[in-house]
Design a protein. Structure first.
Length: 203
């Protein structure tokens, strides 16, 4: 077993949100979901698994994943090739839902404990797609703006300044249909740039 495989097993066995929670413990059995390799040149930094992903144990096995793959211009075969694409959410486990049925934010324990350690093992990554405000807060730092719209609109500034390069994206959830409709520049201007970079990095 390689060092990376051994580390991935440690992450999959994590129960920090049950044994050392910040606030109420996770209300179900932890199931970290991620895709990791030392050769991936593209990192999808997402928010946290949803209900379908928690059940499948595989990232983005839901309608959001279908839309994300369409945004990137790649099929599932490439998307799930861990040697080319790493997928590491800010919260590794499904955080549960609120009273309205909306997914809760990523667990507060997760990123402080695991994020830096995970990033250290992704040395080949050249581009990070930071999906949603939680990933953008961690990966963009001072380049994150007051709103998601401003952050995504201003993508060129962090792209040119950071290494690895980072491009912020909205979450591909149906809950953002209204945002996508109100911001036609996103699909018209930014997605072609994203697709071109993805083609270069994953073949």
């Amino acid at each position: 077993m390689s060092r990376l495989e051994s580390f991935a097993d440690q992450v999959r066995a994590c129960r920090i949100c049950v044994q050392q929670p910040q606030g109420p413990p996770l209300p179900h059995e932890p199931r970290p979901v991620f895709q990791l390799s030392s050769t991936a040149r593209l990192l999808i930094a997402s928010q946290a698994p949803g209900t379908k992903v928690h059940a499948s144990g595989r990232p983005f096995t839901d309608a959001s994943g279908d839309r994300l793959r369409d945004w990137l211009g790649i099929d599932p075969e490439i998307f799930y090739d861990e040697s080319r694409v790493a997928i590491v959410p800010m919260g590794l486990c499904f955080p549960g839902q609120d009273a309205r049925g909306a997914d809760l934010p990523p667990r507060r324990e997760c990123a402080p404990h695991w994020r830096a350690k995970l990033m250290q093992r992704l040395g080949a990554v050249e581009l990070v797609l930071a999906i949603g405000m939680y990933a953008q807060h961690w990966h963009l730092g001072r380049f994150r703006k007051a709103s998601l719209t401003e952050t995504v609109r201003g993508w060129r500034e962090p792209y040119e300044a950071l290494s690895p390069r980072v491009i912020p994206l909205p979450h591909p959830s149906w809950r953002n249909n209204g945002w996508i409709a109100r911001e036609p520049w996103f699909e018209r201007d930014l997605l072609p740039v994203v697709r071109a970079h993805v083609r270069r990095l994953v073949g």
